[in-house]
Each structure stands twice: as structure tokens, then as C-alpha cells.
Design a protein around this ligand. Structure first.
Ligand SMILES: CC(C)(COP(=O)(O)OP(=O)(O)OC[C@H]1O[C@@H](n2cnc3c(N)ncnc32)[C@H](O)[C@@H]1OP(=O)(O)O)[C@@H](O)C(=O)NCCC(=O)NCCS
Length: 175
């Protein structure tokens, strides 16, 4: 089952009032993305960017993730997941391209909450723009374990890309 957000926390689309400059998660490329590129991506519809904030401190960014449309080759989908997917050469999917929690707030379950929120948004949006799978790109081998603990499975043993069929997400978020 996915965990709901505590009442004092919420996720919302990235907006002008969010303080991107002070966000740091320990990985420069993820900090720089939020500070320099996220707003532009949102304007160009290249990515949707959602931030986690405390309702009592609405400008402070506790974490963020991005979503965009993507596709996978049928051959890249693990055999166990194929029963949930259409047999087209290309499988429509949703990509969590980046996900990060502020350095001072890591290890408190916020990453897990962000993944659950991404699942809920991706599942809801798949009713509007079809998507059979949620895909994540782990930034390192170590982070693969974090996504595996959140129900994702590697697409291949040599890849940092993991996936979870929308059909499985449906069961996780409605249970
Ligand atoms: C990776 C990250 C998103 C995890 O978020 P978090 O809030 O720290 O993680 P949570 O507190 O929700 O942890 C959930 C579980 O994953 C595990 N976990 C957390 N970070 C992990 C990591 N880097 N590697 C392996 N396992 C990890 C935790 O031990 C925890 O397991 P437990 O419930 O059995 O204790 C966060 O640490 C982060 O932003 N790191 C820097 C940026 C980054 O690596 N982003 C990933 C981009 S793909």
C-alpha cells in the first residue's frame, strides 16, 4: 500500500514562489536542475515538476520529482511485467526522470512519500494520456535499492532503469 502524505505536507506543481536556490540534496546535478532548468522545462512542457512543501512554510522545497511521457521497447520490459502490457513494439510509459529529498530531511520517509505521490499522479494521468508503465532512472546502483523497496523492478540486470506496470500501481494505490 502507498502511504498518504501527512496533513502538514503537500505536493504541488513548481511555481515562482518556491525557493529553488536553497535546495540541496547532495547531488549537484539534481540541485542545478531545480535551480536552473526546471522552470524552463515546465514552461516548455518538457517535464512536469512537483515539489514537496510544508503547509506552514510554503516556499521551502523539501523535495521534488519530475514526470514526462516516454516509451519503452517491448523487449526492454521484463517478462514478468509483460502480462500487464499491450504487445506493441513500443510501450507507452511515464518517466520519473529525477527525484530528490533535501539533504537535511533524508532518511525520514519523504522519498517514499514522493514516490507514492508520483505513482498517484502518473496513474491518474494515464486515464488522459495512455501509459502502461511507470519508469524511474536511478542515479546510482545504491539508489536502485531505494526504488526496489518501493515496488519497482529493474528492467535489466545491467540497467539503472526500473519499472512498475500501471496495473500494479492501481492495486497499490487503491488497496
Ligand atoms: C534517494 C532519496 C530520494 C531517498 O529518499 P529518503 O527520504 O532519504 O528515503 P526514505 O526515508 O523514504 O527511505 C526509504 C527506504 O529506502 C532506503 N534508502 C534511502 N536512501 C537510500 C539510498 N540512497 N540507497 C539505498 N537505500 C536507500 C532507506 O533505508 C529506507 O529503507 P527502510 O524503510 O527500510 O529504512 C534521497 O536520499 C535523496 O534525495 N538522495 C539524494 C538524491 C538522489 O540520490 N536521488 C535519487 C535520484 S534517482
Amino acid at each position: 500500500m502507498t502511504r498518504a502524505l501527512p496533513p502538514d505536507l503537500k505536493t504541488e506543481p513548481l511555481a515562482a514562489h518556491h525557493d529553488r536556490v536553497r535546495f540541496t540534496c547532495g547531488i549537484d546535478s539534481l540541485d542545478q536542475y531545480l535551480q536552473m532548468y526546471a522552470g524552463q522545462d515546465v514552461r516548455r512542457r518538457a517535464n512536469s515538476v512537483f515539489v514537496l512543501v510544508d503547509q506552514h512554510e510554503p516556499a521551502g522545497v523539501l523535495g521534488y520529482y519530475t514526470l514526462c511521457a516516454t516509451s519503452l521497447s517491448q523487449g526492454d520490459v521484463p517478462i514478468a511485467a509483460r502480462k500487464h502490457l499491450p504487445r506493441y513494439p513500443l510501450v507507452s510509459a511515464t518517466l520519473v526522470g529525477r527525484l530528490a529529498v533535501a539533504a537535511g530531511r533524508q532518511g525520514q520517509g519523504l522519498g517514499t512519500l514522493l514516490v507514492a505521490d508520483a505513482m498517484r499522479r502518473a496513474y491518474a494521468s494515464a486515464y488522459v494520456v495512455g501509459s502502461s508503465m511507470l519508469v524511474v532512472d536511478a542515479i546510482s546502483e545504491q539508489v536502485v535499492a531505494f526504488y526496489e523497496a518501493n515496488s519497482f523492478a529493474r528492467l535489466s540486470s545491467s540497467s539503472l532503469r526500473l519499472g512498475l506496470p500501471m496495473a500494479e500501481i492501481g492495486k497499490l494505490i487503491t488497496r
